[in-house]
Design a protein around this ligand. Structure first.
Ligand SMILES: CC(=O)SCCNC(=O)CCNC(=O)[C@H](O)C(C)(C)COP(=O)(O)OP(=O)(O)OC[C@H]1O[C@@H](n2cnc3c(N)ncnc32)[C@H](O)[C@@H]1OP(=O)(O)O
Length: 405
């Protein structure tokens, strides 16, 4: 087997191979664009070739920016389009491509790689851990009243602005600008490169699917949030609600929940613990369903990754980190002072011993280390190390990612 990078002339075979691996036929181009694969960076794609030279496996990487806790923006590779033809599976092709790709990412100086997994059983062995979750919140309209806010200044204070209804086709620049502002302060969010909006490559509201967009504007008329939605058989489905603050989210949710000729509102891609459920007068009216892992994170350089994010509690913790796939094992002293971390090799006794995939899961603050201790995946050598790790790794708010790639 050979693994090689691709160039422009390989695009067709790459796209054909990945579609055959997933068992789909390539979509028909819409106005020359709008296809997921049009956003591929061809020099970042890999083909695995069988002994006879035929392409049998694929993997690709997008160049994104990821927002870490503390509003740190770092480059990451978004691994995607991973596939092996059904005729060539379980012979180690994926493992070989992962090894090749991770080495390449390190050679680029990247310390993090991320992906969305088609199946949750595939990527742990390669050192990826599930770091964010997503869910749908379903609200029947007859139980959609919002409670009166109990705090004086709250997210439910009416946002001082207005909502305008536009069609997707007329407002691409607004969506791009608002999304970009939102993602810079949301831990776990990925950038959406301009090319994606230009090519309409992705899922709604990036893709060409027809959508209405409720655009929220502040008191000065500047867009600061949007909800992209469609209505079918009495269900209003919101693809994504992007808001630069909580009051704007509430205003957009109030708009969706107040829509006439609708019996149910489904908010897709919300964090499972979204405050909107708490804003409903009837706590049981908001049904959280379809909870699933979304962004998987892989650390490629532990000190690089740990010193890049922001921290909110001071402390000192020794982490003993095993990376079975890359055959690495090291012990680090993590020292956090005034929001910044120092991370150096040490031979001190560890507080926690953990697999690199579990470090990926706790890295963005979306999974408490104590949960993985209780699950039997992280070993705690001192009881207070767990309490300290929980305090150290938390983020300013739950990490969340809703970009599909
Ligand atoms: C980020 C993304 O793009 S997600 C998309 C992933 N792709 C798909 O789901 C498309 C359909 N599936 C496929 O193309 C293939 O089955 C792949 C890519 C998932 C696996 O490719 P293979 O070449 O068969 O994997 P490979 O032989 O290297 O297997 C490596 C290990 O993973 C395991 N494994 C592979 N696929 C799966 C799976 N779907 N579920 C559970 N375990 C799996 C193998 O059993 C093997 O385990 P071992 O190391 O304990 O022996």
């Amino acid at each position: 087997m050979e693994i090689r990078s691709t160039s422009d002339e390989d695009l067709e075979v790459f796209v054909d191979t990945v579609h055959a691996a997933f068992g789909h036929f390539p979509e028909t181009p819409v106005d020359g664009g709008g296809l997921w694969w049009s956003a591929l960076e061809i020099d970042r794609c890999l083909l695995a070739l069988a002994a006879d030279g035929r392409a049998v496996g694929t993997a690709a990487a997008h160049s994104f920016e990821l927002t870490l806790p503390g509003e740190a923006l770092v480059p990451v590779s978004g691994v995607t389009a991973v596939g092996v033809l059904p005729s060539h599976r379980r012979r180690g092709m994926l493992s070989a491509m992962m090894r090749h790709q991770l080495a390449g990412l390190r050679a680029r100086g990247e310390f993090l790689s991320v992906l969305l997994a088609s199946e949750a059983t595939i990527y742990g062995r390669f050192g990826y851990g599930p770091a964010t979750s997503t869910a749908e919140l379903r609200v029947p309209r007859h139980r959609a009243a919002l409670a009166r806010p109990r705090a004086r200044r709250t997210a439910d204070a009416p946002a001082d602005g207005s909502i305008e209804v536009l069609r997707r086709d007329g407002c691409g620049e607004i969506l791009e600008e608002v999304y970009d502002r939102y993602r810079r302060t949301q831990p776990g969010a990925l950038s959406r490169p301009h090319r994606w909006w230009d090519l309409r490559a992705g899922q709604p509201p990036i893709s060409p699917a027809p959508r209405y967009i409720a655009v929220h504007r502040d008191a000065d008329g500047l867009p600061d949030g949007y909800a992209s939605y469609s209505i079918d058989s009495g269900t209003l489905t919101v693809d994504e609600t992007i808001a630069t603050d909580d009051a704007v989210f509430t205003a957009l949710a109030r708009y969706a929940l107040g829509h006439d000729l609708v019996s149910r509102v489904v908010f897709k891609h919300v964090p499972p613990e979204h405050p909107l459920r708490r804003q409903l007068a009837d706590l049981r009216a908001g049904e959280v369903s379809g909870v699933m892992d979304w962004l998987w994170v892989r650390l490629l350089d532990v000190p690089g990754a740990l010193t890049a994010r922001g921290w909110f509690t001071d402390g000192e913790l020794v982490l003993d980190v095993e990376d079975p796939f890359l055959g690495e094992h090291a012990r680090y002293l993590l020292t956090v002072r005034d929001g910044k971390a120092d991370c150096v090799p040490t031979d001190r006794e560890p507080g926690l011993s953990l697999d690199i995939r579990d470090l990926g899961s706790v890295y963005l603050g979306g999974t408490a280390p104590s949960t993985l201790v209780r699950a039997g995946h992280i070993q705690a050598h001192q009881p207070d190390a767990v309490t300290l790790a929980d305090a150290l790794f938390r983020a300013e708010r739950s990490p969340h990612c809703l970009h599909w790639f």
